[in-house]
Design a protein around this ligand. Sequence first.
Ligand SMILES: Nc1nc2c(ncn2[C@@H]2O[C@H](COP(=O)(O)OP(=O)(O)OP(=O)(O)O)[C@@H](O)[C@H]2O)c(=O)[nH]1
Ligand SMILES: [Zn+2]
Length: 300
Amino acid sequence: MIDGVLLKGYGGFYYVYAEGRVWECSLRGRFRVKDQEFLPGDQVSILSEEAEGPHLAKATIESVGSRRNALTRPAIANVDQAILVFAMTSPRPDLNLLDRLLIQVIEADIEPILVFTKLDKYRADPLNDGPDHALTDVYRNIGYKVFEVSSETGQGIEEIRAHLANKISVLAGPSGAGKSSLFNALSPGKKLKTGRISHKSKRGRHTTRHVELMVCAGGLVADTPGFSSLYLPEMKRAELTDFFPEFAQRRGLCRFNSCLHDKEPNCAIKAALENGEIYPERYEHYLIFLKEVIEAERKY
Ligand SMILES: Nc1nc2c(ncn2[C@@H]2O[C@H](COP(=O)(O)OP(=O)(O)OP(=O)(O)O)[C@@H](O)[C@H]2O)c(=O)[nH]1
Ligand SMILES: [Zn+2]
């Protein structure tokens, strides 16, 4: 028996990544599992059958492991991390969106990794004569994993690669930020060998595109961006602080236990803001989100 991860189900077959290759799997006759119960990312045990050619081996799925988690959009199981991709130059990084995505990712109990792309363009612009990575340092100082890369020159790409190995990742970020370019830079010359899968989908048997995990830098990456909703998860107003690590670490330091860090006196968050220990835009976004959370609370 070989342990693998389901990449995709298609046309009655399941494509499983195991031992560094893709296996075309069918279900064992007595193994009764409904199609929709399988998700890309599911851990499966497979039994090898006769190999067919160098790229595609055949096997049967013998068992499926229990899930650590499951996202709905895209529908993937056992996601380890979300790679939030934003350009350093254009499109101008929308930090309101970035902070929103961070909340969604943290809420899903998935580790966020911030990747700022187009470092080459940023460096080439003489207007960026301030401290080189002021923006990226904001998030680094909060404690997030932050990378600055250029998919064009390859700068910084190696550092990310190590973080993808043996993990299931979802990319997120606005259009044009460089998600596809990053994916390609991470897997030079070896985009996932799923010739048969794409061949089959070209026959047009299904018009809906299903999400698929792709082999990338020793790990698996979803081919569809995740966490695209602009809405904040349902929460109570007091819980918003939990999603801002630099606020949460000052918990208990405000005069009032119920402090929402808005108009209350003797607020440790506002003190930290005035000392320059909390980045003004983060606080600004906190207040915007707080208003939204309170609005949503009223609708329940
Ligand atoms: N100079 C430079 N250009 C980049 C870099 N990364 C991406 N680009 C360019 O930015 C544009 C958008 O990149 P994509 O990779 O298509 O962006 P995306 O996030 O996949 O966009 P969507 O598919 O719309 O979601 C393309 O013209 C890329 O060539 C980079 O690191 N440096
Ligand atoms: Zn406070």
